[in-house]
Design a protein around this ligand. Sequence first.
Ligand code: PEP
Ligand code: MN
Length: 360
Amino acid sequence: MENDKEIGQWLTDFNLSHPLVIAGPCSAETEEQVLKIAHELKNSDVSIFRAGIWKPRTRPGGFEGVGAIGLKWLQRAKAETGLLMAVEVANATHVKLALEHDMDVLWIGARTTVNPFAVQEIADALAGTDKIVLVKNPVNPDLALWIGGIERLYHAGIKKLGAIHRGFSTYEKTKYRNIPEWQIAIELQSRFPDLPLICDPSHITGRRDMIQEVSQQALDLNYDGLMIETHCYPDSAWSDAAQQVTPTTLKQIFEDLKVKNMTVEEDDFNTEMIKLRANIDVADSKLLEILGNRMKVAEKIGALKKEKNVAVLQNKRWNEILGKMILEGEEKGLSEEFILRLFKAIHQESISHQQKIING
Ligand code: PEP
Ligand code: MN
């Protein structure tokens, strides 16, 4: 699939003066809950109301969604508020029911995007319709799989498409629920500049106090919109309680976000600059994370050396590392002088971490 201007036309047609906002609860719980949230989001920057009807839960036994009855509540919310309605679909039956209930936007969840059989089934069930379909990234950091999902829909004739970046699973403990790996979404964006890219800070962070920060990062990276889980009583939500915000908090988030005016031509330079700087910021925090991890490994080595009573500084090993890094650096266009200075600094920090362990 090549980039195609047509796939993002639906968003241009919305004619918004701000990024697209999709908001609503993680799950539809009761008719009253759906209607209350939808009414509070009416007359705000929100264009699309989201609610999960069928919930893919990692472990059985949790709340698995209210099922098809929830579609009736969403239909009512649409009639009363005028908001467009979005639901997650994971198979052909879901698609059929969503179409019967006049849903406007369907999204494919992260646990479904990983499965080409399921995505193909959904694409086939949608063929011939003109629904907006948004594809969340797969749970694993695999850009080809994400693009593959989008392609299956495109080949089925779905031309109103978008991608939702909700972060990636990792076994490592990080401050995120799902690590963003921004570079993957940035690459998707540069391969398909006309594919609307929407950030889901709720599932990336898993905690409401980080939603603002991650939303701002996404806007700085030129994302086209945000999907934010919103609930009138977040702490009592039946799923994803820790990451949902109230409609009032959501409105405050919009007020605090710095949105660039992307329509002015002279802003092209600034827009590109902000995007590139955001890329640098992402790279820098990755560097620090990697350095931090490297020092933790050094500390483990320190503990081993302490146990075996071995000297901290081992010149032979150090010279081997340096030689290897100079060669690798050269391949990446980094000068020998830079590699020497960089690794000298890293090595020194490493030794002092080891010494702390040994003398501590
Ligand atoms: C959701 O949007 O509530 C959801 C289940 O998200 P994801 O597919 O990103 O886990
Ligand atoms: Mn959720």
